[in-house]
Design a protein around this ligand. Structure first.
Ligand SMILES: *Cc1c(COP(=O)(O)O)cnc(C)c1O
Length: 375
């Protein structure tokens, strides 16, 4: 059996090696390493795939979030509502910009931000909401957009984990995750569903003015060369990464299917295990399984993790500590117990290997070993 990994980037690369190697070498030989034609080509391919008017490529997903907030002219003291159960980057950029992160709890089934909790957290200082489509499934965007409209707030979707997912509106319309709010952000970190071979990110919007501002922000606040009208940053997607992403974008839907097939195998094996709750799939969103995350019941999941490791099966805990309990984000406004669902999840979740290269033999071994732990 092939060695089991959380993410098998090598196996995935080997299947498209010829295409990738050719594309990378073409860029190397062109010497157009920064803002070469592949960056624009990828931008256009991604705009078409997502059905958005503008994609602004940038250096990573964290920058994407920061640039979005800078383009919205958010000012110190402005409040930005986000979830207490997410990767730190979401809150990090809010704090870095001197904005005030306002955390709210998540729903126990999908682990996504609770729209009712958002409503309660809104104050006259609230300017934006950042829903995170955690583990590959969209937050309830329809109610979040309604809240935004009512209170004149911006929505920035953190779509680092759900690229490729379709969102289903009640009236039958569908939209791609990340294309629903005013701005969508994503990451092309290698292990993400659409990953490059280094760092990369992108911002999406249908709004011409916001797109123009974001292009200026990522380019040192510069519209006309060497004239700087605002303070910006330097955040670019390399031409080599863009060339790789152009190829991998063509495979994204196939990769998503592979992830969903692995998840279905897991679901089937675990659904009758009383010690595990399989991921809940909501009616309004695809699940593209950035992670396959189980809720454990009545066991210590670190003991489960050790058991799996001893059988050469990696497993990870995303995320062991809620944002409001992280040292860097301790805040007198929050204390232990304020976000009971998040805190409970932090104590109970465990994520199994999830990638595009899992084969049946590996899945059988993983599921057998997990269930064996409970017997
Ligand atoms: C990965 C990730 C980011 C940050 O992306 P980077 O490219 O690593 O900067 C932001 N938010 C979430 C939810 C992520 O999973």
């Amino acid at each position: 059996m092939k060695k089991i990994q959380m993410v098998d980037l090598k196996g995935q690369y080997e299947k498209i090696q010829h295409e990738i190697d050719t594309a990378v070498l073409d860029v190397v030989r062109s010497t157009q390493y920064i803002n070469g034609p592949e960056v624009k080509n990828f931008q256009q391919d991604l705009e078409a795939y997502l059905g958005v008017k503008h994609v602004v490529p940038c250096a990573n997903g964290t920058d994407a979030l920061q640039v979005a907030m800078m383009a919205l002219n958010l000012k110190p003291g402005d409040e930005v509502i986000t979830t207490s159960f997410t990767f730190v980057a979401t809150a990090e950029v809010i704090s870095l910009l001197g904005l005030t992160p306002v955390l709210v709890d998540v729903l126990p089934d999908t682990f996504n931000i609770d729209p009712e909790a958002i409503k309660k957290a809104i104050t006259p200082k609230t300017k934006a909401i950042v829903p995170v489509h955690l583990f590959g499934q969209c937050a309830h965007m329809e109610s979040i957009m309604n809240i935004a409209e009512e209170h004149k707030l911006y929505i920035i979707e953190d779509n680092a984990q759900a690229i490729g997912a379709d969102y289903y509106f009640e009236d039958g319309r569908t939209k791609k995750a990340g294309s629903i709010g005013h701005i969508g952000c994503t990451s092309f970190f290698p292990s993400k569903n659409l990953g490059c071979y280094g760092d990369g990110g992108a911002i999406f919007t249908d709004n011409d003015e916001l797109a123009k501002k974001m292009r200026i922000v990522v380019n040192h606040g510069m519209e006309v060369r060497y004239y700087h009208d605002s303070v910006g940053v330097n955040s670019r997607l390399d031409s080599i990464q863009a060339a790789i992403l152009r190829i991998k974008l063509q495979y994204l839907d196939r990769y998503t299917k592979k992830r969903q097939q692995a998840a279905a195998y897991y679901d089937n094996a675990f659904e009758d295990n009383p010690g595990l709750t399989i991921p809940v799939k909501s009616a309004f969103s695809d699940h593209v399984f950035h992670q396959y995350t189980l809720k454990t019941e009545g066991v210590d999941r670190f003991t489960l993790q050790e058991h799996l490791m001893s059988k050469d099966i990696p497993a990870m805990v995303y995320y062991p500590v809620a944002l409001h309990m992280q040292k860097a984000y301790l805040d007198p406004r929050y204390k232990k117990g304020d976000f009971p669902v998040t805190e409970d999840l932090c104590n109970r979740v465990i994520s199994l290997p999830m990638h595009t290269e899992l084969d049946e033999q590996q899945l059988e071994y993983i599921t057998y070993t997990v269930n064996d732990f409970f017997s």
